[in-house]
Design a protein around this ligand. Sequence first.
Ligand code: NDP
Ligand code: MG
Length: 383
Amino acid sequence: MEKIHNISIIGSTGSIGTQALEVVDECKNIRVWGLSSYSNIELLEKQIRKYKPKIACVVNEERAKELKIKVRDTDCKIVSSNEGLCEVSTVDEAETVLTAVVGISGLLPTIEAIKKNKNIALANKETLVTGGHIVTKLAKEYGVKLLPVDSEHSAIFQSLEGNRPEDVKRIILTASGGPFFGKTAKDLENVTVEDALNHPNWSMGAKVTIDSSTLVNKGLEVIEAKWLFNVDSDKIKVLIHRQSVIHSMVEYNDNAVIAQLGAPDMKLPIQYAIEYPNRLPMRGNELDFEKYDTLTFNKPDTDTFFALELAMKGAKLGGSLPTVFNSADEAAVDLFLKGKIKYLDISRLIAEAMDEIKNIENPTIEQILQVDKISREFVYSRV
Ligand code: NDP
Ligand code: MG
């Protein structure tokens, strides 16, 4: 009998959250104690009835009240707001918390979970982008694991197993290139929301899909990798690999390159993070090598997709600059999805925010949240 894993999922109604629950259905050795959504109570109610968690949070208070009435026949405690989200991430029974919320909203519940000695299955990269220096230190202090769910970071994590960190020459972070690979800035002037949401290999939440098209996502991932694997950003190389078969690689001092390959399916890294170090059977979606005539590799076009360079600058300078990068992007993507700005304005607004807002070295949590607020206000004020 496999060990039982007791988990809590914040962001259970999203793309990662729902795929995590499919993993729960398959694996039979995972017990779910907490769930959360921002406002989607229809799906959350179904999840509560099926997985019978002890607690569930709807961040939106009005919607939480509605859900409370709907599920009053169950034993599930319904909470709301960001404090409620922390209650879900710190629920006593959970040993591991899967952070599948989107944006900086993941930061505080992750910190609180670590302080309650919980391992983190980390999908929410924004947590490390904004608070990496605090979160990695805390994880060490409390002796908890940060297990990556992001497919690239899971691949790097797997490629590092059994090797000495000091022997790593560099990390090669692969990127699909998104729907606009090969396009010029001129081609991108009139991109619609629909075009940008049309990702070639992955089906994900709206924000991460737009971020993949601008290469902001890859930039966030460079910063995420820097913290997860304790390497300088100069040692992280981004490589476009259109087929998303090689999920990332590690090059060692002897020039050996170790990679993890698989069909593009987030369930694999989700399951691995929960079951680590075991590898349970997974149905379907084996990598069919014969489906691929060629695997291709290209240098990223950072003239067109200059957000990647901005992230590199944020990764190198550190402090609160990565928070500005992230939060300006969150606001700009929101505006783009609402049709208030053009596609190229996303990266332009991030650049302006990074130029304008003063960098704070070694920011505290309060300062990070303050910088988040200022960065959003800056972007919204430009429109
Ligand atoms: P989704 O947008 O699909 O889901 C986000 C989840 O978070 C939903 O449950 C949503 O609730 C909830 N949520 C939204 N806003 C807030 C908020 N302000 N406070 C608390 N909860 C909130 O996102 P994804 O699943 O695509 O992504 C989640 C995280 O995983 C992101 O950090 C992303 O970068 C990362 N990731 C995602 C991948 C993917 O394949 N999707 C791949 C690798 C990383 P509601 O449903 O009510 O809106
Ligand atoms: Mg990724």
